[in-house]
Design a protein. Structure first.
Length: 365
């Protein structure tokens, strides 16, 4: 079943749903951007037209996240994954140590990359509970001489999310926010560096946002390839080389959309309402649906659950697919089901999924 406007119920984990008004605007502007007679994709990245798009995206992000002037905003490539390497390359100097909080597959990957460069250690791990929860801040092990502490704010595959970040004092806190940036407010001042691939909450794939405190730029290793240096990208306003111009344009439009609907406060309200619809369907099912995350660690962005056996899961996914729901399979590494309810996923789609879940339960109990 396709909705009347021919958009499916898209619950993809990434790349994922984009706000419809953003897609419509991009379509409108595609052939002739601001009366320039060409697409934004065809403009020089050194020209005034593109420059305004680029700088507006930066200003909007600063505004939405209340980012003070002692931070630099960078638009890089290589996804969240390249940040796994760039961070230790820049900061894990000889003899220094960096802690990694292991809360799922992405933090494990970041940890493995860091070990290739230097002395990375486990600051905490929730592997023992199959990553069902986020550790308490007092459980984290790190030392004031560490070069940084790394965590993953939202665990896309397991469906858990940090609610309260640790105060790490003089140790720069680094967070992979790929799957929950701009979904709930957080205090940027607690962090030395934040990074996020755009394709979950910010826009299409191809752009990675990095927000870095300026004092860290000076502390970075200098004997690494030029393209890997945060300082080079900062010095050149992310125009050291050709940036992904269309992706940055789309990112700017997604940020405009968030501003237009009421900013982070409104987005948070919507995300809480959306997630509740689906978590309620799980909780009220009395064990027909089995949520993966412990309730206190539940993610507002990725809702992970299983059914009592794989046959029933298959049936659920097949019937959901027939009803027009897309992307409900769990990550290939863990199976089960996952609904990704990122910023751009409309309330109505979550409502439809919740209703489908009640309906499916009643027929299959
Ligand atoms: C998707 C994701 C990544 C990987 O992003 P790529 O852009 O594919 O490299 C990293 N971290 C988290 C938390 C993610 O959700």
């Amino acid at each position: 079943m396709i909705q009347t406007n021919e958009r499916t119920y898209n619950f993809n984990a990434g790349p994922s749903a984009l706000p419809q008004p953003v897609l419509e605007r991009a379509q409108q502007e595609l052939l002739n951007f601001q009366d320039t007679g060409m697409s934004i994709m065809e403009h020089s990245h050194r020209g005034a037209v593109y420059e305004e798009v680029h700088n507006k995206a930066i200003t909007r992000l600063k505004d939405l996240l209340s980012i003070p002037d002692d931070y630099e905003i960078l638009f890089l490539q290589g996804g969240g994954s390249l940040q796994f390497s760039m961070i230790p390359m820049n900061f894990l100097q000889n003899g220094k140590k960096a802690g990694y909080v292991l809360t799922g597959a992405w933090s494990e990957k970041a940890f493995s990359e860091a070990k290739l460069f230097g002395d990375a250690f486990e600051a905490a791990s929730t592997k023992g509970s199959n990553y069902r929860h986020i550790p308490k801040n007092e459980e984290l092990i790190y030392d004031s001489s560490d070069t940084y502490l790394h965590l993953t704010s939202n665990n896309t595959i397991f469906g858990t999310q940090w609610r309260e970040y640790p105060d790490t004092g003089s140790v720069p806190l680094i967070a992979d926010m790929s799957s929950d940036i701009l979904s709930i407010p957080f205090d940027i001042n607690k962090f030395g560096l934040i990074y996020a691939g755009a394709q979950k909450n910010l826009g299409p794939s191809g752009v990675t946002v990095v927000i870095i405190r300026k004092d860290l730029l000076e502390k970075a290793n200098s004997n690494i390839p030029t393209m890997m240096k945060y300082s080079i990208h900062a010095k050149n306003n992310s125009l050291y080389h050709t940036p992904p111009t269309f992706g940055i344009y789309m990112l700017g439009e997604v940020l405009r959309w968030i501003q237009d609907i009421g900013g982070l406060k409104e987005i948070t309200k919507r995300n809480e309402e959306k997630a509740k619809l689906i978590y309620d369907a799980i909780d009220e099912s009395k064990g027909f649906y089995i949520g993966h995350a412990e309730p206190a660690s539940r993610s507002l962005m990725n809702i992970t659950f299983r059914l009592r056996n794989e046959d029933l899961e298959k049936k659920f996914l097949t019937e959901a697919c027939k009803e027009g729901f897309v992307g409900l399979n769990g990550h290939r590494s863990v199976g089960g089901c996952r609904a990704s309810t990122y910023n751009a996923v409309p309330y109505e789609n979550c409502k439809a999924l919740s209703e489908f879940m009640y309906h499916f339960k009643n027929l299959n109990e």
